[in-house]
Design a protein around this ligand. Sequence first.
Ligand code: SPD
Length: 283
Amino acid sequence: MSKIDLWFGEQYGRENGRYLNIKVDNVLEKLQTPFQEIYVVHSPTFGKILINDGVVMLTEDDEAGYHEMIVHVPLCSHPEPKEVLVIGGGDGGTVRELLKHPQVSKVDVCEIDGEVIEVCRRHFPNLANSFDHKKVHIYLEDGAQFLISRKAQYDIIIIDSTDPIGPGTTLFTEHFYQSIFDSLKEDGIAVSQMESLFWHTGFIQDMFLFLKKIFPVTAYYYTMVPTYPSGMIGFSFCSKKYHPIEDFRPERVAGLSDLKYYHADLHKASFVLPAFAKNDLQI
Ligand code: SPD
């Protein structure tokens, strides 16, 4: 038994000294790609963990709450979600959930860092095996560049990105969301990870100032992920036509297999915000 205690702590300047410590019993892989530093470690509590540039991307134990909610909420709000684009999502968790919807005929994945996909194939086959499905097409490109030549092509776009720091910052700009709008069909829906209601309130408010200018329907919903900052993470729901509650199709949920987190009541409940957010954020 080692006398050395190894702990990982996510240090993230904007959070003013708060961070979660996770006990680690094995470092399984470390590599530096042209885009980021990637670690895969093992935790006795959370199983394998993917860490990009010091930020927890997923753990085996709690990834379902994130991937099920970033996928099933928009897909169960759209009458015919056939053609889907994922920007980021190199671990495969979002694609795994998309493939549970029989209506989906094509999944394009635009991931800037192909090494993420390879690392996840080695360590997270439960997620990354989804890339082998015949409906899935992988493009190793910058998301903003990829959108330029794809106008009005997608029913759903999911931005499964890292945090708005470093290279990720371009995925949280007004210009980028205008491109997302242009690449959606006339009734398309876009969903993106949108940080913590508790720790990033100013950031979320700033984002919604321009999201509301671009999209006729906008909303914020959230999920619980114990290993993300503050234990939760939210999503922006941006739509050209469909409303996430009024157009929700609960009958779809019964057809989804192996759900750990998402269900029909939770779909609706996830849009109900605490008083401080409802009153102050005006989102
Ligand atoms: N603060 C961490 C946010 C990470 C969001 N993306 C995770 C990618 C999982 N597919």
